[in-house]
Design a protein around this ligand. Structure first.
Ligand code: NAP
Length: 485
């Protein structure tokens, strides 16, 4: 954690749409508050894409972030027809910003559905893995696949970050939200890691909740939550929901945390419909800057800026259009000047958390973090593209492997077993998972057995994907199909 006496150099990316307006407002407030920051202005986003750089982030910007290790970012757009990947995702991945931290706290003077319920929670979302690893394939012309990658290392980092954040902010409870009842291996890995690591934080209350129930609970009794840790896709959706609970996108800040670099930004995007009109609400980016100041250990100046924002909202005289509607709305500039005028004032109704520096988790950097005491390959799933009825395909495969050490155990279609057994009403597609296991269960499957299987089956059917069935420490490393015994 950097010291809080020196001037800190921070990479600043104004971004697109309303980005430059809310960034200018934020810089003005921070300067007036006396924050010891020096900005290094860098480009990223739409203009960079349009210059022909497919990542949307020039090397100079990456060098600046790597040097300064702290960045404040406006929203970035990927213009239609340029760049395949979002510049935001690129930044998160390149700097291993594994934790997306989104606080959601009731703010005074805001007409939100839950006003008065004292919502004060933080969503800690895993930020680089899961379906967002972006590994997608068209497996047949009509069947798409996206790999959901969840790692023990990724789970350990995000779970520890959530626990450490709870400790640093003096919070009491951490809730782990997953879909482990359905995705036992992937979502289940976050749950089991959470349950194991909870032992290292005995002073914190812990609980697990299924993500769909969390969504339900959040829109009924949101005040029961304190810190919520979850996987990338769940967190993406849930944290937008929580932004809505306390007044919307104009107010929602976030931090992207990595062990080397941290990047702070508003949750909202570039809002092109209101860009250039001086009407955007800069509060979300201002509160993100408050998080940045705390990250740098600048707790006093962070409190000063936070209280000035709170007093401005409480007084409610110069609020932006998203908060008060057209009739009595202030411009972004007027709101900003009011915040500046309120610097040094404190709201008697606002209690600041007892922020301390977060101890960032140091997880063993070895790629092969987890070792099994024993492992065996007992079979393989061969994925076949075929327009045949499952029974016709099954009988064909049974015949092909008659003389091989493998037998066909079952075929599933879209996750449901369709062969052998009675005909199902499953609406089959041309994508079959054909599960082969060793006839002699005492023998392990060899690569040679697999090569022969693929060659024989491939001579009659089109296959596109092969997955070994492995058993680690006596536990199957694969799930069964619906209906499989
Ligand atoms: P958005 O930019 O967040 O805007 C959605 C709506 O929310 C706006 O039209 C506006 O509503 C309101 N809004 C958002 N921020 C506001 C603020 N500070 N003050 C007042 N009102 C605000 O979402 P989007 O339209 O889906 O996305 C636009 C672009 O931003 C897309 O290119 C997207 O990819 C990008 N984006 C970037 C990031 C990022 O950089 N992290 C995040 C999200 C989206 P009204 O119509 O009521 O004025």
């Amino acid at each position: 954690m950097p010291s809080n006496t020196a001037t800190h150099t921070v990479t600043l990316m104004p971004g697109d749409g309303i980005g430059p307006e809310v960034m200018q407002a934020t810089c003005r407030v921070l300067e007036a508050a006396g924050a010891p920051l020096r900005w290094e202005r860098c480009e990223a986003g739409a203009e960079v894409f349009k210059k022909g750089l497919a990542t949307g982030v020039p090397q100079e910007t990456l060098d600046s972030i790597a040097r300064n290790r702290v960045a404040l970012k406006g929203p970035l757009e990927t213009p239609v027809g340029y760049g395949e990947k979002s510049a935001n995702v690129t930044l998160r991945k390149l700097f291993e910003l594994y934790g997306n931290v989104r606080p959601c706290r009731e703010l005074p003077g805001i007409q939100a559905v839950f006003a008065g319920r004292q919502i004060d929670l933080v969503v800690v979302r895993e930020n680089v893995e899961d379906l967002y690893a972006g590994i997608e394939h068209m497996q047949t012309p009509g069947v798409a696949q996206c790999l959901k990658l969840i790692t023990r290392k990724g789970c350990e980092k995000i779970v520890r970050l959530a626990f450490e954040l709870a400790r640093a902010e003096g919070r009491r409870k951490v809730t782990c939200a997953t879909k482990s009842n359905i995705m036992k291996k992937t979502e289940g890995l976050l749950k089991s890691t959470f349950e194991e690591l909870a032992r290292d934080y005995p002073e914190l209350q812990t609980e697990h909740v299924i993500i769909d129930n969390l969504a339900h609970q959040l829109v009924r009794w949101p005040e029961q939550y304190d810190v919520i840790v979850t996987t990338n896709m769940n967190g993406d959706i849930i944290s937008d929901l929580t932004s809505g609970l306390t007044g919307g996108l104009g107010l929602a800040p976030s931090a992207n945390i990595g062990n080397e670099v941290a990047m702070f930004e508003a949750v909202h995007g570039s809002a092109p419909n209101i860009a250039g009109k001086d009407v955007a609400n800069p509060t979300a980016l201002l509160l993100s800057a408050v998080m940045l100041l705390r990250h740098l250990g600048l707790f006093d100046v962070a409190d000063k800026v936070e209280h000035a924002i709170i007093v401005t909202l409480e007084e409610g005289r110069h609020l932006t259009v998203d908060l008060v509607g057209d009739d009595r709305a202030a411009t972004c500039t007027q709101f900003t000047e009011t915040v500046i005028a309120n610097l040094g004032r404190r709201s008697p109704h606002w209690t600041t958390h007892q922020y301390r520096p977060i101890r960032l988790p140091r997880v063993d950097p070895r790629p092969d973090l987890v070792h099994a005491r024993s492992r065996r390959v007992i079979g393989a799933d061969l994925f076949i593209e075929s327009g045949l009825d499952p029974h016709a395909l099954g009988e064909s495969l049974d015949r092909i492997v008659t003389a091989l050490p493998l037998r066909l155990k079952m075929i599933s279609n879209r996750g449901t077993k369709v062969y052998p057994g009675p005909r199902q009403i499953t609406d089959c597609v041309d994508h079959h998972r054909c599960r082969f296991v060793m006839r002699d269960e005492s023998r392990e499957l060899s690569d040679h057995d697999l090569a022969v299987l693929v060659e024989r089956v491939g001579a009659e059917h089109r296959w596109m994907h092969l997955e070994k069935l492995q058993v680690f420490n006596g536990e199957p490393g694969f799930t069964k199909a619906q209906g499989e015994d």
